[in-house]
Design a protein around this ligand. Structure first.
Ligand SMILES: [Cu+2]
Length: 368
């Protein structure tokens, strides 16, 4: 049973029941944590012996964010995903990623379907992917995970809370300079110890270099199991030499390409000899969405594909991200349309008109 387009059921269950009961001082609650809220079992509660639980999770929504909350520059993901203007004061953009083991076609899919175009955050915890059930890893029960969209000069604060059983994790902010903040680059055992299960680590970096970037898990094979998302650092149009080539640069016009397996990536490494040999992915997804035709039965899933809305005659900037985990390149063609490539790897380039783009795990921005 699907209530297509109805986001309210799941959202109200989540927000009313969980947040209100967990946070008596609800007025104090900072609403930018992507709608996803984890209670912390054992946090502050006394056990049967009357002693404090030895393993106490930090509560990042109250004490740990108190200092941040006093800063008038603190902004929600929605406030940060804005048109950038010259001379505007920078914002502090706060995100909370809860990383969990999760499932495609899980119970939440009985009550809502994810919003097709909002890449900043979702109130629906249903992940459809290509309609094939499997266990995955997710950030805030979204695929891709939350999109970080800010302006050049903003400061980004991301609390990464690891609830993946028996897994450690780091998050790498691919393409972001990290000048002066190299210890937040997310490389395990090089710039930090990985975040153990039950712990939260705060990443803080400057959005110093404009462009299309992305974040992904930098531990094991977790990226391929779903831990990735887009980062867009915009700048005032006057600072982009190609800004005259597009009319719109919308937060929803991110095209994140990823490869997708129907089993956890670890099942395919180093690889089997007989069935599903090698590391070829079963499918490719655009913004976490796809369809799959079973080669044996011919049956095809009918999950929704990503939809980009445009008005004819207008020019749109698309921010294309290749988030593949395997070594194969992606070839992207838009039927009946040429593309003008205006930037790559975070830097503007002389515009080139093309009809197809072959990309490796890297990044491009395009308008058409
Ligand atoms: Cu990377």
């Amino acid at each position: 049973m699907f209530a297509v387009g109805d986001q309210s059921t799941s959202a109200s269950w989540w927000q009313e029941d969980r947040i209100n009961s967990a946070l008596p001082d609800n007025s104090d609650f900072f609403s930018s944590t992507h709608g996803v809220f984890q209670t912390h079992p054992g946090g502050g509660k006394k056990n049967s012996l009357g002693a404090r639980n030895a393993f106490k999770h930090l509560d990042y929504r109250t004490s740990a964010t108190a200092e941040l909350k006093r800063n008038p520059l603190l902004s929600t993901p929605e406030q940060c995903a804005r048109a950038c203007r010259e001379g505007e004061p920078p914002k502090i953009c706060y995100y909370h990623f809860t990383l969990e083991m999760y499932t495609v076609l899980g119970a939440a899919c009985q009550v809502c379907t994810p919003n097709a175009t909002n890449t900043v955050w979702s109130t629906c915890q249903c992940i459809l992917a290509d309609g094939v059930e499997k266990g995955i890893l997710s950030a805030n029960r979204m695929l891709p995970g939350p999109s970080i969209q800010v302006c050049e000069g903003d400061k980004v604060v991301v609390d990464v809370e690891n609830h993946m059983e028996a897994m450690e994790v780091t998050i790498h902010w691919h393409g972001v300079w990290q000048r002066g903040t190299q210890y937040y680059d997310g490389v395990p055992f090089v710039t930090q110890c990985p975040i153990q299960q039950g712990n939260t680590f705060r990443y803080q970096w400057d959005a110093a270099n404009a462009g299309t970037h992305f974040w992904h898990a930098h531990t094991g094979l977790q990226k391929m199991d779903g831990l990735y998302g887009s980062i867009v650092i915009r700048q005032p149009p006057a600072r982009d030499p190609n800004s005259d080539l597009y009319d719109f640069d919308l937060t929803t016009h991110v095209m994140l390409l990823s490869d997708w397996m129907h089993e956890s990536a670890a099942e395919r490494y180093p690889g089997r000899l007989a069935v599903n040999t090698g590391q070829d992915p079963e499918n490719l997804l655009i913004n976490g969405k796809g369809q799959f035709r079973d080669p044996n039965t011919g049956f095809m899933t009918n999950t929704p594909l990503e939809v980009f809305t445009m008005t004819p005659g207008r020019r749109y900037r698309f921010r294309v991200i290749n988030s593949f985990a395997s070594v194969c390149p992606a070839q992207l063609t838009i039927e009946g349309h040429d593309l003008i490539l205006i930037a790559t790897d975070g830097e503007p380039v002389h515009p080139v008109t093309v009809n197809t783009i072959i990309s490796f795990s890297g990044e491009y921005f395009v308008k058409h």
